[in-house]
Design a protein around this ligand. Structure first.
Ligand SMILES: *Cc1c(COP(=O)(O)O)cnc(C)c1O
Length: 488
């Protein structure tokens, strides 16, 4: 067990100190090995820190204070929609009538939960303009895989077995090509124009009878609205392919326009972005998948349906793409998202997109003298700078991100999208106040100023965090998470 005050790491363990008490053994003899099979017994005692209960409480409380989350500060992480997670969502998700329900409970005793699942699916249909939704996938990438399985199944059921190519724009989120590969499809890249939208001229020669479909994000990961969708939809459908919409971030278009109306056939939504459920650290999410009318039978099994008698039931008799999860998605996440939609109501849902877009444009316009904006014009919910305008200082995007930590901000997304060398992708979301945005703008300007006047302070940041710059690859691949490893 370690403590880190003033960058000084020192041992808390003191021989003989204990933080537990165990009841007296009921067995004869002092060695429990007499009751356990020999092969299950340790050969030597484990190496554990010897500390009091109070030491443990302090240690973990201090660690938790070092955590940064959307509840502690501004978190402008592009493509992640780190909006406020309303507390009422938590209350509803913890409601014992739902939280205590066994996932295998018979449908007759789970009618309330099935109704919530059904209602949320209906709300998503209305928001997206698609006919039917499954809430079963557990994450955005899982939704993509589910959607692509549906796309494949669609072609297979028609006997169209040649269609194994999926077209993905060069600006796409990394999960798009990854999901296509996992689904056994080949990825063909389509280029972006200098305006940041999909290049229709580059797309045309790619379209033939081996194309299963195209995956698009709109607004795309540059925060630019794709204006050529009607033409792209016509071209892809004419060649026999389907259009997949990556709706992980629906924030910008929520209540304003609908993927179904744009001509998309299949889409996924991240409840853990647009619909305010907490995320990060790989925590639970949910990636509902919707399809247009005529593709409902391809949604994964089981589907939640409502009988003529108003009773909800599970239908697993579809020619579907198969099962993608053991149960009906992450139910606590579904509860939170449903609460969010009901709390906002039909009218206020329409305010989310415009406010998210306003906040993003406000930050972008306020900073474009100091940070290089490769694509001019109105953005949607997020935007990308290509490093500082003044490149002579040698200060990189990584340096800027690290310096922001000193000022108490979570860094924006960096080096993504891959279209620019020094990408900084900022998504403020609609839930931040003008004061918070102004403070962030002030700090970003200050860092740009420091880059010129005192570049070393930026290049050597962070200065105020418990640890400085880490070897991020090693930290991720060989994390030292146990006491024993720290000792070794
Ligand atoms: C976040 C995101 C995803 C992936 O979602 P996960 O839940 O992290 O798997 C896919 N596409 C886009 C555009 C995203 O922003």
């Amino acid at each position: 067990m370690i403590r880190n005050y003033d960058k000084l790491i020192f041992e808390l363990s003191k021989e003989g100190r204990v933080g537990y008490s165990l009841p007296k053994s009921e067995f004869d003899g002092c060695c429990m090995c007499s009751e356990l099979p020999a092969n299950l017994c340790r050969e030597s005692l484990p190496i554990l820190p010897e500390v009091t209960e109070f030491d443990v409480v302090r240690h973990y409380t201090n660690l938790s204070n070092k955590n940064f989350g959307v509840d502690t500060g501004f978190y402008p992480l592009g493509s992640c929609t780190m909006k406020y997670n309303p507390r009422i969502n938590e209350e509803m998700a913890a409601h014992p009538a739902f939280a205590g329900l066994h996932p295998d409970a018979p449908t007759c005793s789970a009618q309330g939960a099935l109704e919530i699942y059904y209602n949320l699916a209906q709300a998503l249909s209305e928001i997206s303009g698609l006919a039917s939704f499954t809430l079963n996938p557990y994450a955005g990438a899982h939704g993509e895989l589910t959607g692509l399985m549906i796309m494949r199944k669609y072609h297979i059921l028609r006997g169209d077995l040649k269609r194994t190519k999926v077209i993905v724009p060069d600006s796409a989120h990394g999960t798009n090509p990854a999901s296509a590969a996992v689904c056994g499809l080949q990825i063909v890249e389509v280029k972006s124009t200098p305006k940041g939208t999909v290049d229709v001229e580059d797309l045309k020669p790619l379209l033939d009878d081996t194309v299963a479909g195209i995956m698009m994000t709109n607004p795309n990961t540059l925060g630019i609205f794709e204006t050529e969708i009607p033409e792209i939809s016509r071209l892809v459908h004419e060649c026999g392919g389907l259009l997949y919409y990556d709706g992980a971030n629906l924030n910008a278009v929520l209540g304003k326009c609908r993927p179904g109306d744009m001509g998309f056939d299949i889409m996924h939504i991240n409840l853990h972005k647009t619909f305010s459920t907490p995320h990060g650290g790989g925590g639970p999410g949910d990636g509902p998948v919707g399809v247009r009318a005529g593709l409902e039978h391809l949604l994964p099994n089981p589907q939640v349906k409502k009988g003529a008698d108003g009773i909800f039931y599970l239908d697993a008799d579809n020619a579907s793409a198969g099962y993608v999860s053991n149960f009906l998605g992450n139910f606590a996440v579904i509860m939170r998202a449903y609460t969010y939609i009901l709390t906002l109501g039909r009218e206020n849902v329409k305010m989310v997109g415009p406010l998210a877009v306003l906040n993003a444009n406000y930050v972008k316009e306020s900073l474009k003298e100091e940070y290089y904006l490769p694509i001019e014009g109105v953005c949607k919910h997020e935007f990308v700078f290509d490093g500082l305008v003044d490149k002579s200082t040698g200060v990189t995007t990584l340096d800027i991100a690290k310096r922001l930590l000193d000022y108490g901000y979570h860094a924006p997304t960096i080096y993504f999208p891959l279209l620019f060398h020094q990408s900084i992708m900022i998504e403020p979301t609609e839930t931040e106040s003008k004061e918070t945005l102004d403070e962030f703008i002030g700090v970003m300007k200050k860092v740009a100023c420091e880059a010129i006047e005192n570049p070393d302070v930026v290049k050597s940041a962070p200065h105020s965090t418990p640890v400085r710059r880490l070897d991020e690859t090693t930290a991720a691949r060989f994390p030292k998470t146990t006491y024993r490893q720290m000792k070794g």
